[in-house]
Each structure stands twice: as C-alpha cells, then as structure tokens.
Write a protein that binds this ligand. Structure first.
Ligand SMILES: Nc1ncnc2c1ncn2[C@@H]1O[C@H](COP(=O)(O)OP(=O)(O)O)[C@@H](O)[C@H]1O
Ligand SMILES: [Mg+2]
Length: 379
C-alpha cells in the first residue's frame, strides 16, 4: 500500500522552496495551492507567496487579488505569519521580459508587432511558460522562503512540462538566424531567399503556434534576436531549477477515470524528467462511513416495498445504496493510481462543501489534508 503523504512535514521543510500543484482542470489545483500556502504561513511561519493562475472570483477576493497587477500583494486576515498572493498576467509577464532584455525603442517595436501580440496572448504554451518565468522572477528576489505554484488549467497536463522546450524550440537561434537573414526585406523576400525551406519553417511555426498567420515573423524575429537567447536560457534555467530537491511537485486528482488517468501520466512524466514528485492529493472524495453495503440496503428496500411501495425508509435505503456505490467506484478509481504509481505517497481528501472560497475554507482544507493520516478520515 502506498505511504501517506505528510503535508506538514513538507510545508515546514526549510530546504523546500517551491511547491508546484499540478493536475488536470477542475481537480482543485488552485484551491490546494492557496490552502497549502496559507498553512505554510500560518502554521509553519514560513514567508510564503502563492502564485495562482486562474483563481475563481470569490477566492481571488478572499486573497485580496482583485487587481490583476502581476505583483504579489499581502493577504489580509491571517491568524499569524504572512502570506502574499498574486495571479499571473501572462501578457504582462511576457512584456516585462521583453522590456528587460532590450532597449525601449526596440521593445516598442516588438510590442507593436502583430506576431508578438499573437504569441504573447494566444501561443498555446505561453501561459505555462510565463508561469515558469514568473516563478523564476519570484525566486530571484529571495523575498520568500516558500513559493507555492498553481499550474495552468491545461487540457493536457503535459503542456506544463513541455512549454519551456516548446518555447525554446520556437526561439531556437538557428531558426531566428535563417528567418532574420532576409530582413529588413518584406516577407516575400524572406520566402524567395529561403525558397523551399520557407515552407518548412512556416509549417513548423504553424504547428507550434496552432495555425496562426505568420505575417510578421521575419520582422518579429529580427527585432527579438537579442532577446531570444535570454529567453531560452531562462527557460532552461527554470526547468533545471524545477528538478532540484528544493522543489516539490504535488499531483492533484479527483476520483474520476480521466483525472486519475491524467495524474498517472503526469506522475510518470515528472519521474522521467527527474522532477521531484512528492505525492498525490486525491481530492473531492465522498466517503460513506456506514458499514451497510449497497446490496444489503437494496435487498432491505425491496422487502420493505413489498408491504409499502412508497416506503420512506426504503427510499432512504436506496439513496444510501447510491452513495455507497459511488464511494466504491471512487475507491476503485483511486486504486488505479496506486496500482500504476505504488511509490507515490497519497493524501485522500473529502469534499468539504460546495466550494472553498474564503480563508476559513482554505484553513479547513489545509487542516483536513495535513493533520489527519491519509485515508483514516475517509474510510
Ligand atoms: N475538497 C473540496 N471540497 C469542496 N470544494 C472543493 C474542494 N476542492 C476544490 N473544490 C472546489 O472545486 C472547484 C474547482 O477547484 P479549483 O481549485 O479551482 O480547481 P483547478 O484549479 O484544478 O481547476 C472550486 O470551486 C473549489 O472551491
Ligand atoms: Mg485552477
């Protein structure tokens, strides 16, 4: 049986400086990140910042993140310690990187370029990459001893790991040199210069960008030339930083086949990439504590209904049977993760109400996840 994940040990570990919560969309990544950050600050006294990607409006409000200004702000209402929170502004992060690596004139040129505008706001890996970039920036300041990172609601969890490599590929020096060799001419001159290979590049770029029109590629790549080297180095540095022991990855999943499938896939990828995966949080379980099985409940309901077809007790037994079955299914689905990844420590967490949107809710979430031994409270 997989071991239990001791979240408090992780949160108070002074050698851990980054905790990243990953998983497919809607499983509770943002909630987990916020709850763990709050607990690290309040219970363990660590100077913590949480970088969220897509917080629900009410959660953002509770964390004081109403203004999307791409800067960590202190969370008010803590019982002790201090916590900062921010939500990622992808475009602004990209702009900041450009501004930092080039002259104001060139930056203005880049910002005005339609290709840049497309890449910075719709490139399929931009959000993932910019989360990495922001993480790198927060680490550099040395202001916090723990950074808790929420990850983007990627369709595929893989996007998160692939983003730096994909961006690095896009920004690969050779591609840039070839494309910019044709500038300051028009796109036509670029195409004629490069002949057949231009078509190849266009195909590659289209693939990376998901079919965007590449009208100003040449101009764009020429003006970004200096910046590209920096981008790539940063992407690689952040990627390497994620592999060291100061980082801890937590996978979050709900007991649904798709989410668990994704969690297994993601766990394997993390392991392959030598990223330190410390545990899985199985979230939103709906345990049934009574020992009466679904079959016995249904049997008893049938007997009662023979005498009284509308029996309220029989109806209650049938409801119990539904819940008990759901719980069995959840346990079975959860067991698939364990079968696939037996060495990854686990935490099982119940659904704590309709939503977790305020500090009290986050505190409850953190306590339920960290204080009780993994499965005892749900089984
Ligand atoms: N254990 C839980 N109990 C109750 N509600 C939860 C729990 N975990 C998550 N939620 C709710 O589920 C929704 C999705 O969670 P969220 O953290 O935004 O997921 P993700 O970031 O993975 O997309 C939110 O409304 C959140 O409040
Ligand atoms: Mg989220």
């Amino acid at each position: 049986m997989a071991t239990e994940l001791d979240l408090d040990a992780l949160l108070r570990d002074k050698d851990k400086h980054v905790i990243a919560c990953c998983g497919s969309g809607g499983v509770g990544k943002t909630t987990t990140a916020a709850a763990l950050a709050l607990r690290a600050a309040e219970v363990h006294g660590r100077r913590t910042v949480v970088l969220t990607i897509d917080p629900a409006h009410r959660l953002a409000q509770s964390l004081g993140m109403e203004a999307l200004d791409n800067t960590p702000r202190p969370v008010r209402g803590l019982e002790s310690g201090s916590l900062d929170a921010m939500m990622l502004d992808m475009k602004r992060t990209f702009d900041d990187v450009v501004a930092l690596h080039t002259t104001p004139d060139r930056a203005a040129e880049i910002f005005a370029n339609p290709f840049y505008q497309a890449v910075s706001s719709t490139f399929s890996g931009t959000q993932e990459y910019m989360a990495m970039e922001k993480l790198g920036q927060l680490r550099e300041t040395g202001e916090w001893d723990l950074i808790v990172l929420d990850t983007p609601p990627s369709r595929s969890a893989l996007d998160f790991l692939d983003a730096p490599a994909r961006l690095a590929r896009l920004l690969d020096g050779r591609v840039i040199r070839l494309l910019s060799a044709s500038t300051p001419g028009s796109r036509r001159s670029m195409l004629s210069l490069m002949g057949a290979s231009a078509a190849v590049f266009t195909r590659v770029f289209n693939k990376i960008l998901g079919g965007h029109l590449l009208t100003d590629v040449a101009e764009f790549t020429a003006s970004l030339e200096d910046t590209f080297g920096g981008f790539r180095k940063r992407a690689e540095a952040t990627f390497r930083a994620l592999q060291d022991d100061q980082t801890s990855f937590l996978v979050v999943a709900t007991p649904e086949p798709a989410a668990v499938g994704e969690a297994v896939y993601f766990s394997r990828r993390l392991t392959e990439e030598r990223m330190p995966l410390d545990g899985i949080i199985l979230n939103r379980l709906t345990p049934v504590r009574a020992s009466l099985s679904a079959e016995r409940a249904l049997g008893a309901a049938a007997i009662l209904e023979e005498d009284e077809p509308e029996s309220p007790v029989a109806a209650a037994l049938r409801t119990h049977a539904d819940l008990a079955r759901r719980w069995s299914t959840e346990q079975r689905v959860a067991a698939r993760y364990e079968a696939a990844c037996p060495d990854i420590p686990q935490v099982w967490l119940s659904t704590l109400g309709p939503e977790v949107v305020d500090l009290g809710g986050l505190r409850g979430f953190g306590a339920a996840a960290a204080e009780r031994p993994a499965r005892s409270h749900v089984e």
